[in-house]
Design a binder for this molecule. Structure first.
Ligand code: ADP
Ligand code: MG
Length: 343
């Protein structure tokens, strides 16, 4: 029985190692247990498939641009993002499928404390869904715009640093988020979890199916769009090829940072055309009335640099935030009664 246990340990070791086995062939597997599990490599492309009937769907969490999101149970609490393909034409469906597979392939490469845990995908048309861990806290969006929670400087620093860590990791792995916004950042017990990275293209394809062949700009999206992206969104251009880059993600982070500092939106109360005009021209909201330390204002303006190449990257931002001295909280500007806060 000793040899059986050794073999199964080897198999286990191999399986654990095999998640990246296509990449790394080194390690002590020279005489490898491939003969024990010869179909491992052919299995690996399906390794993340989850049959939808294994997932118990519970209440609906909400509607997003991707489709409906449900709470569910699959070996514990999960979030299930169902893709809505109903209104898509036959040709469009195969396009959505291909994009979906590609984006799932990206998603499953991620393992970071500040990123939502990808658990698997249902890839049997017409049932397409993504299963992730369930985030229990509220989104920053809800904290800031509904609960009007006010975070003190140190907390803002901690949240921003964690976002930079998660985003720095994504970029290092060659993944663009493309939809970084406070609605996609959960915050619970001091911990930040970023969701919905790399799902933008499939979400966009599904939207086009539902709303006709043009890309609408939901108001909540506009605020995060870098000037170079806004310029791609000219009326009449049906399938704009948006010039997303690591630096357009940094621009979006700038807006998240602005929300953290002010609890509101840049250019709030202005009509979308006016916002588009100003951002495309490089006009930024004034920070003159913003109660904040100058270092934070500098970071904000740096992230909102007009030229993409002038914006910092997340690793640099993270390091910068890390080095800022902690503030004493005795005169905390975030106390609800404090009248100096700008909004
Ligand atoms: P959006 O991000 O624009 O709000 P989504 O489709 O991503 O749209 O989400 C729809 C709803 O489901 C939102 O209320 C969102 O907070 C919730 N949700 C999405 N992903 C998760 C998750 N992993 N855990 C908990 N709730 C989630
Ligand atoms: Mg989302």
């Amino acid at each position: 029985s000793g040899s059986v246990s050794t073999d199964s340990e080897k198999t286990l070791a191999h399986r654990i190692g095999s998640q990246d086995s296509q990449v790394s062939n080194d390690g002590g597997d020279a005489d490898g247990p491939d003969h024990i599990w010869p179909r491992q490599s052919s299995l690996s492309s399906r390794e993340w498939d989850i049959p939808l009937d294994e997932v118990i769907l519970e209440e609906k969490l909400g509607d997003g641009q991707f489709g409906v999101v449900h709470k569910g149970n699959w070996h514990g609490a999960v979030a299930v993002k169902m893709l809505n393909m109903e209104s898509a034409s036959h040709q469009r469906r195969s396009e959505i499928m291909a994009t979906f597979r590609q984006e799932v392939a990206t998603f499953r490469k991620t393992r970071h404390e500040n990123l939502v845990l990808f658990m698997g995908a249902c890839v049997k048309p017409p049932n397409l869904a993504i299963v992730t861990s369930l985030c229990k806290g509220l989104t920053l969006y809800r904290h800031l715009h509904f609960q009007t929670d006010k975070f003190n400087h140190n907390r803002i620093g901690s949240i921003a640093r964690q976002i930079c860590l998660g985003m720095g990791y994504l970029h290092a792995r060659g993944i663009l988020h493309k939809d970084l916004k406070t609605k996609n950042i959960f915050y619970e017990n001091g911990k930040v979890v970023i969701t919905d990275f790399g799902l933008f293209s499939v979400a966009k394809l599904c939207q086009e199916g539902r709303r006709g062949n043009y890309l609408t700009i939901p108001r909540g999206w506009l605020y995060y769009l870098a000037p170079e992206l806004l310029k791609d969104l000219r009326p009449g251009v049906e399938h704009p090829d948006l010039s997303f880059s690591t630096r357009s993600d940094v621009y979006a982070f700038g807006t998240v940072f602005f929300e953290l500092l002010t609890g509101t939106w840049p250019f709030r109360d202005q009509p979308p055309e006016s916002i588009i005009y100003q951002v495309a021209k490089g006009i930024k909201p004034s920070l003159a009335n913003l109660y904040s330390i100058v270092e934070y204002k500098d970071i904000l303006m740096f992230c909102w640099s007009y030229q993409a190449h002038d914006r910092p990257d997340f690793t640099r931002l993270q390091g910068h935030l890390e080095r800022l001295p902690k503030r004493k909280l005795s005169r905390c500007p975030s106390q609800p009664s404090n009248p100096t806060r700008s909004n």
